[in-house]
Design a protein around this ligand. Structure first.
Ligand code: FES
Length: 110
């Protein structure tokens, strides 16, 4: 069976294979060697691990309590999810929002 994958549009369409669908996106990114902003250490307390969902929203796990709180209080726009709180069971296309880009990485357009 083909692995589920995440395409990160503005990291030059980098494809990350999801090795473990039970784990968050950010831990799958780490396993694949992909750096990702995570100011609170993946505890759902900041919003710096946010990503924008472009395709495949239906494959994402339900929003966590932390995400619901941030969505409700306006700190997390509706188009964004938190990579430390979200799992995926299908192929998705995402982008890194401008305000949480890592300084040492080179991002592409989109
Ligand atoms: S790393 Fe802080 S909310 Fe995800």
């Amino acid at each position: 069976m083909e692995k589920v994958k995440v395409v990160i549009l503005n990291l030059n369409r980098q494809e990350i294979a999801i090795e473990n669908q039970e784990k968050s996106l950010i831990s799958n990114f780490a396993a694949a060697g992909q750096d990702w902003m995570q100011a609170c250490g993946q505890k759902g307390r900041c919003t710096t691990c946010a990503f924008e969902v472009l395709e495949g929203r239906e494959f994402l796990s339900e929003e966590s309590e932390a995400e619901r709180k941030f969505h409700d209080n306006g700190r997390l726009p509706a188009s964004r999810r938190l990579a430390c709180q979200t799992r995926t069971s299908g192929n998705i296309v995402i982008r890194v929002p401008d305000d949480v880009k890592l300084p040492h990485l080179t991002y592409t357009e989109l």
